[in-house]
Design a protein around this ligand. Sequence first.
Ligand code: ADP
Ligand code: MG
Length: 436
Amino acid sequence: MGTIPIVELKRVSQIYGSGKRRFTAIQGVNLLLYEGEFVALVGPSGCGKSTLLRIITGLERPSAGQVLYRGEPVRGVNPRATIVFQTFALFPWLTVQGNVEVALAARRVPEKERVARALDLLDRVGLDGFEGAYPRELSGGMRQKVGFARAMAVEPELLCMDEPFSALDVLSGAALRGDLLELWTSGKIPTKAILMVTHNIEEAVVLADRIVVMDKDPGRIVAELAVGLPHPRRQKDPRFAAVVDQVYAALAGQTQPEHVELGSAPGGPGRPRALPDVTVGAIAGLLEQLAQAPGGRADLYRLSEDLKLGSDQLLRATEAVELLGFATVAQGDITLTPLGETFAEAGILVRKEMFASRIRRLPIFRWLLDLLGVAEDGRLRREVVERALELEFPQDVADRQIETIVNWGRYAEVLAYDDAAEVLYLEPAGTSATAA
Ligand code: ADP
Ligand code: MG
């Protein structure tokens, strides 16, 4: 790490509009980015992540505060920084090679050097052999690689990326993440620092040295976490899971005392509280409805009308989202936490990951997963689990608990259930769509 940071933001604020339309997008942001660092930026949509990237790269001037690049105030677009967006706008009428050469031409690289440089860049991102192809002939993952090659052609000292993998399917995303990490850690690119916006918390923990957590209204930084794990990082490593948990906790605001958050009854440490009997579908429906409401806040009574849910069903869904840290309830209003908001906006795979990470914290799941972990072949008959639960709960409650556990566990892919054989079992390792 150099002593002078590559990027320094001092009390940066951005206000859009004026008068009644005046809107504070980000407020009082202080941020340091040093040479050699890969920093991830996470937070709910609208918290100002993209705005921050535009300010850092000089595409936008902040309303207040200072932006320094290697100690010098940023004036105009910073030629030593570049942004990679979610989807690259490639020129469809140019070949892969042509698309990279354009970037080199824009950097005034002499014409006779361009071909060799373009071929070298394409080679580095693994597109050897596709130089003559047109964008429409490529898969989404390959197009994104052309985009990376083009970003690399600029030889940015600072590489900013705005959700670079979110438009890709799981496999291309994972492959491209691996490629990027390899380029970065091997020093094959002249890039000195990376700042990446992502919605995917596991992705942030796989790649980044440091994770900056933002919240909105107004957009601001609420936490910074050092990852401190050597590469390659394994998602199954308990230390990895611990960092993921910390990020979730920072997003959830961590305002609840531990026993409330973990759902164990006060006075009986470790004794599981029953899960509210409600399906993941109802939980997701509630979160989506809240995400539509201004400020992610709604009146419980009105919600039950909008969602066409009976009040007891709504109460159980409400209890569930509170237990999971997705929302808080006070004075008849329910409000999304940044975590709940992230869930509502996320795609199915990220949702599953978030859900899995949350339910693994609940004592009843911990208990059951431990039990399955020591069972023969990781399998337990439903009857056995039910009898064990009857030590804690009345019989009808125990029966419904299993239904809920199976519904939540299946969704999160932390456990599976064979309906015909009535057997609960652990998902074989590595079958989950997101396992590294
Ligand atoms: P994020 O990338 O975290 O989703 P953005 O940086 O895109 O958030 O936006 C932050 C907030 O600022 C949002 O509420 C957005 O609507 C608002 N905003 C962004 N750009 C403009 C603009 N040019 N004019 C007015 N409001 C804007
Ligand atoms: Mg954005």
